[in-house]
Write a protein that binds this ligand. Structure first.
Ligand SMILES: Nc1nc2c(c(=O)[nH]1)N[C@H]1C(S)=C(S)[C@@H](COP(=O)(O)O)O[C@H]1N2
Ligand SMILES: [Mo]
Length: 319
């Protein structure tokens, strides 16, 4: 992946911020942490910028209590290579994506293959708000209030056969809508995969929205997956096909750089990427003294829930 690092000579924001501003900011952050200060402001912002379909979602006990990253950052600092490589490219160019009509074809090793219309997916199960950490392999992270339901709800409906060991997720690949496809940096369509038990884990989210509204195009409208204990690239966007298969799928990143991006790609501070460390991360939206790097947590902080999926596996080998 294309990674830009800040030069060692750049001053940290904390070194150049006057003390009183620093303290004031700390009080604001403390207020925000209660969940009262940020929420109405973020909703107002979401309504102004999106004006999209509102999605009513019930809160979930699977949510983190960490303060969500501002809506503006979540929707302008993106990776969606189909629309360019720079972080602000998707917000600029994804408007050409047509999200209606939209169908998702579910096929392969299932007893009940089915083409789901997006409107049907919106009603398949009660929508929940899942506030999750998202940690990109590039070394930054966010906290996003996603809207969706466990992917297992969909999996149940199509009845996987005994041969279904893995699931493959395929993103739309249409040159007319996606200018990035003219670059050969990745194998298109963008493909990602999970083991069936990972896909069935309650944390794995079939995601239809964020901040209480339908997904903005730059975030993978109209439907994507979010797998919070894995690096961000495992969370494929704008999905048109879900295939149940017997053999481990080859994802797009593994296809182009197999020694750098493995199938599992679990967040693991102890296993570095061949070209850079994975021990720390920068939280988007942090400023002042908080801009200092945070320690990356095993399985992105979801170890209690997911470590058992990998019991007995050598996580250096199965990176
Ligand atoms: N189809 C597709 N899905 C994708 C990507 C992409 O380039 N194309 N980028 C991935 C990466 S690297 C990350 S970090 C997340 C970013 O999701 P966000 O922009 O909603 O934060 O999307 C993932 N899903
Ligand atoms: Mo990423």
């Amino acid at each position: 992946m294309l990674v830009r690092t800040r030069s060692a000579s750049d001053p940290q924001a904390s070194e150049i911020t006057p003390r009183h501003l620093f303290d004031q900011r700390r009080r604001l952050l403390a207020a925000a942490a209660t969940g009262l200060a940020w929420w109405p402001a973020q909703r107002a912002l979401a309504q102004r910028q999106g004006g999209e379909q509102k999605l009513a979602a019930r809160p979930s006990s699977l949510s983190t209590t960490e303060t969500p990253t501002p809506y503006k950052d979540v929707t302008t600092y993106n990776n969606f290579y189909e629309f360019g490589f720079d972080k602000d490219d998707p917000a600029k160019y994804a408007h050409t994506l047509k999200v209606r009509p939209w169908t998702v074809e579910v096929e392969g090793e299932v007893r009940k293959p089915k083409v789901f219309d997006i409107e049907e997916l919106l009603k398949l199960a009660p929508l929940e708000e899942r506030v999750y950490r998202l940690r990109c392999v590039e070394g930054w992270s966010m906290v996003v209030p996603w809207v969706g339901y466990s992917l297992s709800e969909l999996i149940r409906k199509v009845e996987p056969t005994g041969n279904a060991k893995y699931i493959e997720f395929v993103t739309l690949a249409d040159k007319a809508q996606m200018p990035g496809l003219s670059s050969s940096v990745l194998a298109w369509p963008y493909v990602e995969g999970l083991r069936l038990d990972e896909a069935n884990h309650p944390l794995t989210l079939l995601t239809l929205g964020l901040y209480g509204e339908a997904l903005p195009k730059q975030n993978g409208a109209p439907v994507r997956v979010v797998v919070p204990w894995k690096y961000g690239f495992k969370s494929g966007k704008s999905i048109v096909r879900i295939r149940f298969v017997e053999k481990q799928p080859v994802s797009s990143w593994t296809r182009v750089l197999p020694h750098e991006y493995g199938f599992y790609s679990n967040v693991n501070p102890k296993v570095d990427h061949p070209r850079w460390s994975q021990a720390t991360e920068r939280r988007i939206g942090d400023s002042g003294f908080l801009q200092r790097k945070r320690e990356t947590l095993m399985f992105n902080g979801y170890a209690d829930q997911v470590a058992s999926l990998y019991a007995g596996m050598d996580l250096r080998k199965f990176f």
